[in-house]
Ligand binder design. Structure first.
Ligand code: SAM
Length: 271
């Protein structure tokens, strides 16, 4: 849809996958009988899907920390008619995405960035760099359950490594007062803990949406798509767009809402 909407605008389009993987996603639940027997045990990964859209993006940049993943992508795409459009980068997505945002010329380009980390890898300055281009839209699998909610104890304690990691993800220390409050309740023995965790995966995501709004001049989709296994929202898929023009905003809203609606309920959302 993005490609169709932008064809004939004279703008060159770019797809950046920060955590590109190998082009295939193993379906671990296959063995558990969750999927029908005729369903394959792997599904196409984000890089493979983006590479095969029609019309194709003018350029693709696939980034992964693991060389083996990038080698697998190279092998997968080398015979494709769009192979010449692809640039492969091995290394940390934060470094590469920030460099690309700073060094590319954005005047005649528009793009989509997908950030699909395993956990707490995306650093706030990367989000800011994407937003500052005002030419890139962002789809971000925000690890609300995995890297925020689960890292805070019921009594509000967080180990120092996780404390730093949460601050790195959301780019502020304000989460501490938003997610942890002075405790009102005593335990069974009347002992009152100093603090309690008040955050949920959903409220952590609402906090992140507000943070994204401070960076993206275009806007942020208010709708959050929970994703995860065993009905637990390990991630929420978020969308933000950088271009503040009325036309770009209308298009971004239309595209993102349609994409949200079209989410594959079997492999996406909560299963
Ligand atoms: C959840 S997987 C991505 C799956 C992919 N989007 C797909 O649909 O096939 C996360 C990927 O991020 C890579 N990775 C982990 N830390 C990274 C980092 N700091 N920078 C870039 N890639 C990283 C891993 O090697 C892994 O392939």
């Amino acid at each position: 849809m993005y490609q169709k909407a932008l064809s004939n605008t004279g703008l060159k389009t770019l797809y950046i996958d920060g955590f590109a993987g190998s082009g295939e996603v193993p379906l671990a639940d296959h063995e558990d009988g969750l999927f029908d027997d005729d369903v394959k045990s792997v599904m196409a990964g984000s890089a493979d899907r983006a590479f095969n859209v029609s019309p194709a993006f003018a350029r693709y940049i696939f980034i992964d920390k693991r060389k083996a993943c990038i080698d697998a992508l190279k092998a997968k795409f080398e015979d494709g008619i769009n192979a010449h459009r692809v640039r492969h980068l091995v290394g940390d997505a934060n470094r590469h995405v920030q460099e690309l945002c700073a060094n590319e010329k954005w005047q005649f380009q528009r793009g989509v960035v997908l950030l699909d980390p395993f956990g707490s890898q995306v650093k706030w300055p990367t989000i800011e760099a994407i937003a500052a281009t005002e030419a890139l839209d962002l789809w971000y699998l925000f690890p609300a359950g995995l890297s925020i909610f689960r890292q805070i104890g019921k009594d509000g304690t967080v180990d120092p490594t996780h404390e730093q990691s949460i601050t790195r993800i959301v780019g502020t220390e304000d989460w501490k007062t938003a997610f942890i409050k002075p405790s009102k309740q005593g335990d069974l023995f009347g002992k009152v803990a100093a603090n309690e965790k008040v955050v949920t995966p959903e409220s952590a995501t609402e906090f992140m949406i507000e943070r994204l709004k401070t960076a993206f001049r275009g806007g942020v989709l208010e709708e959050m798509i929970p994703l995860g296994k065993h009905a637990y929202p390990s991630y929420y898929l978020l969308f933000a767009w950088g271009n503040p023009s009325t036309k770009a905003t209308a298009l971004a809203k239309k595209l993102s809402k349609a994409a949200v609606k079209a989410t594959d309920r079997k492999h996406g959302r909560l299963v």
